[in-house]
Ligand binder design. Structure first.
Ligand code: PEP
Ligand code: MN
Length: 276
């Protein structure tokens, strides 16, 4: 394979080495188990996040997702509940024994978000934000680094390198779809990225089939495909009442659909020597 990341880079996978495991409390990314992270696009209320946390935990998720600071395309759309949302999500996760992954949008909010989150998410729109990458690199939390919607593999890995360079080696890559000429789906989920990252880097790689497709009817198939391709985890938007989601309802699955997805995923995982 053509070397496009210098071997001396911190993200580069050393010859014949196994992938790194990123540990977050009792959860391991890059180990035998596929880590499922699930929850709403946005934290909307205390009742909403508790109800969803209960359901996703029962069905096998290990990490609760939910946005409190939302990078919305329009400034007139719901921007998230901020610290109140973080607090409710932390409480719900603690009650049901889940970890928390949530996005940080701003350099000035890294300390605040880190007080509530186990994993801080850098969203697609911020993958090129060098100041933010450096700041989470100096922080003590594991980082879920989403691929920029128009970023090459190299640019994505160099973004991870910024974080590692500041001393934080707990980085998890997340493929979430890229912009292509196809308009039927919201993005084109690039599952080739999973196999490529397994060659180029030791960092674990997870897949977000929700933003990756933008359509709830495609989420189950792409989750299975991601795990078959070697993904170390999934990030899935789930809601107790998807039609009432304040953001991304078209791509959000119900808790019962999530249950079915997990059942199917267990069989796929087993077939490729993994567990859910
Ligand atoms: C999200 O996961 O909440 C999100 C906004 O995703 P992305 O950055 O991939 O668009
Ligand atoms: Mn969303």
């Amino acid at each position: 394979m053509k070397i496009m990341i210098d071997e001396s880079f911190k993200v580069a996978r050393k010859k014949n080495s196994v992938g790194a495991i990123v540990r977050v409390a009792d959860v391991e990314f890059g180990g035998e188990k596929v880590v499922v992270m699930a929850g709403p696009c946005s934290v909307e209320s205390c009742e909403q996040i508790f109800a969803i946390a209960k359901e996703v935990k029962e069905k096998g998720a290990r990490v609760l997702r939910g946005g409190a600071f939302k990078p919305r395309t329009s400034p007139y759309d719901f921007q998230g509940l901020g610290e109140q949302g973080l607090l409710w999500m932390r409480e719900a996760a603690d009650v049901y024994g889940l970890l928390v992954v949530t996005e940080v949008l701003d350099v000035g909010d890294v300390t605040l978000v880190s007080r509530y989150a186990d994993i801080v998410q850098i969203g697609s729109r911020n993958m090129h934000n060098v100041a933010l990458l450096r700041e989470v690199g100096r922080g003590g939390k594991a980082v879920l680094l989403k691929r920029g919607m128009a970023a090459t593999y190299k640019e994505w890995l160099l973004a991870a390198e910024y974080i590692l360079n500041e001393g934080n080696s707990r980085v998890i890559l997340c493929e979430r779809g890229i912009r292509t000429f196809e308009s039927y789906t919201r993005n084109t989920l690039d599952l080739t990225a999973v196999a490529v990252m397994k060659e180029l880097t030791h960092l674990p790689i997870v897949v977000d089939p929700s933003h990756g497709t933008g359509k709830r009817e495609l989420v189950c198939a792409m989750s299975n495909a991601a795990v078959a391709a070697g993904a170390d985890g999934l990030l899935i938007e789930v809601h107790t009442n998807p039609e009432k989601s304040v953001s991304d309802k078209e791509q959000t699955i119900s808790t019962s659909e999530f249950g079915l997805l997990m059942e199917r995923l267990r069989r796929v995982a087993e077939a490729v020597g993994r567990e859910v």
